[in-house]
Design a protein around this ligand. Structure first.
Ligand SMILES: [Zn+2]
Ligand SMILES: [Zn+2]
Length: 246
């Protein structure tokens, strides 16, 4: 006689197969249907995908030239965070992947994203030793429309692998940020400073911020400054993607 545990496991397996039939999961990079339900990415893309390697900005992790220690953004306006890294370059393939994830119902891509952040970020996490994982918050109305916070799903996956708890009650976004495109760096930061609020108590805590993409670094800088201002001991960040040095 089977134990009830294995019956439960079989039922769960059957349910997953049923779901896969109804809503086939897709590869987050080429978007083809995945054949095996344990796969998070297809074998072709698994062979092909590479995290960023080579010289990086010591502070934010953007790829830089061999002779550079810091990227241009960090040279002119170093962020308030201690250090941060992005796993993949924000190229067309990743832009498309994140677009499908955020706007076209491919929530399951978070499983691959979170695992990649863990696999390629775990050495840094061992060094940084954050005590909590904090996803960059969305304005509630935006989250309601989207149905989820893209950074939070990644944070939860990362937490499953690392055992570091996720805290979604530390930060709040009070209103949607106006379009940042026409603003200069100072305007962008002012815009963000007004939007985000520390609502929990970060005193004495080492915090890891999580987001999908790091571009200019304004968001991470503003959040780190706010958290350190309220007594956080360290602020690091990990993002799935990071832009190139400008
Ligand atoms: Zn693929
Ligand atoms: Zn940098």
């Amino acid at each position: 006689m089977r134990s009830s545990r294995s019956v439960t496991a079989l039922l769960a397996q059957g349910y997953r197969n049923f779901l896969d039939l109804l809503y086939p999961r897709r590869c987050p990079l080429c978007h083809r249907i995945l054949r095996e339900h344990h796969e998070l990415i297809c074998p072709d893309c698994a062979r092909d995908i590479r995290p960023i390697s080579g010289p990086r900005c010591y502070k934010c992790g953007k790829p830089v030239l061999e002779e550079e220690e810091y990227c241009r953004d960090c040279q002119s306006h170093p962020g308030a965070f201690d250090q941060g890294r992005g796993i993949f370059l924000y190229d067309d393939r990743m832009k498309y992947s994140i677009m499908k994830y955020k706007y076209f119902g491919c929530r399951e891509y978070s499983r691959f994203y979170g695992k990649a952040m863990y696999l390629y970020g775990r050495d840094l996490l061992a060094l940084w030793q954050p005590q909590m994982i904090v996803p960059v918050p969305l304005y509630w109305r935006k989250q309601k429309i989207r149905g989820f916070n893209q950074a939070e799903l990644m944070a939860r996956e990362l937490s499953r692998y690392t055992g570091i708890p996720v805290n979604t009650r530390l930060l709040k976004k009070n209103h949607a940020t106006r379009s940042q495109k026409k603003l200069d760096a100072a305007g962008r930061k002012q815009n963000l400073r007004e939007a985000f609020q520390v609502v929990g108590n970060p005193a004495g805590k080492s915090i890891l911020l999580i987001d999908d993409v790091y571009t200019t670094g304004s968001t991470m800088d503003v959040l780190a400054r706010a958290l350190l201002g309220k007594g956080a001991s360290h602020v690091f960040f990990l993002t799935l993607c990071i832009g190139r040095n400008r």
